[in-house]
Design a protein around this ligand. Structure first.
Ligand SMILES: [Zn+2]
Length: 96
């Protein structure tokens, strides 16, 4: 089964446990890379059951790369991502 880079519009093939191709992965800040690996569970690429925190971490990284490619400064993207995260976390709290 083929698996491609998760960055928008990138069709590069990567091993299933790799989230992005190297070029895009390098655009993800170190702390966000660590966050992804922190929530990675070995075997999730086979049983397709990543944790919600892994999905959140990868969504953030995708946004970061997409905005960086459009030329936005990292600090500004982080501000936006933080607002989004606070908003999403708020939705989860309300549901419970
Ligand atoms: Zn890529």
């Amino acid at each position: 089964m083929s698996h491609t880079c998760h960055a928008d519009n990138c069709k590069k093939e990567v091993p299933p446990k790799m989230f992005m191709c190297l070029a895009h992965w390098k655009m993800v800040p170190k702390d966000m890379q660590r966050n992804i690996w922190h929530h990675y569970r070995p075997g999730q690429e086979r049983d397709k059951r990543p944790t919600i925190n892994y999905l959140k971490a990868t969504k953030m990284a995708r946004c970061m790369v997409a905005f960086k490619e459009k030329g936005y400064p990292e600090a500004m993207i982080r501000d936006q991502l933080k607002l989004m995260k606070d908003y999403i976390d708020g939705l989860f709290v309300k549901k419970r």
